[in-house]
Ligand binder design. Sequence first.
Ligand code: S3P
Length: 175
Amino acid sequence: MIKCKSRNIVLIGFMGVGKGTIARALIKKMKKISLDTDDIIESMENRKIKTIFDEEGETYFRTLEKKLAKWLEKNVTNCIISTGGGFYKVDNLDDIGTVIYLQSSFEGILSRLQSHENAEQKLAKRPLLSDLEKAKKLFDERVIAYAKKADMTITVENKSVDVCVDEIIKKLKFK
Ligand code: S3P
């Protein structure tokens, strides 16, 4: 079952894997609201993630993620929380809710992003995807850490959103 304390579900995984899409589909099937850590940070700062990276640098952005993680732990219950690809590093991830890692190969993520009608926009808003060679390296560094941090892993590659959502709900019942 979902961790009793908060009943939040926290979706983690690499950029573009579909955390926001799965979160939106999950809220239709579960009586929950969804929140997105990047969206909250953008409203906290009143500027886009890309601008925060450009103007302040990545370290500043990571500090905001940590601050937000503490706030989520204290204030949020019964939500689906989709997270930025690096949010998994916050110290209190496990205390925010049940952590689900959405897993795909790097190639699967790229083809998902490139097949999107707003592909260019999807790539441009993610500063850490601007250099694909570096992004692949980051992906390779992170995959094991994502799995370690998660209460469960769901492979999303080559599956419809509905199938992924049904799998998540089924696994949560037996957790
Ligand atoms: C990041 C992922 C982004 C965003 C920021 C950093 C990362 O979110 O938080 O650009 O470190 O992987 P998405 O995973 O939603 O693209």
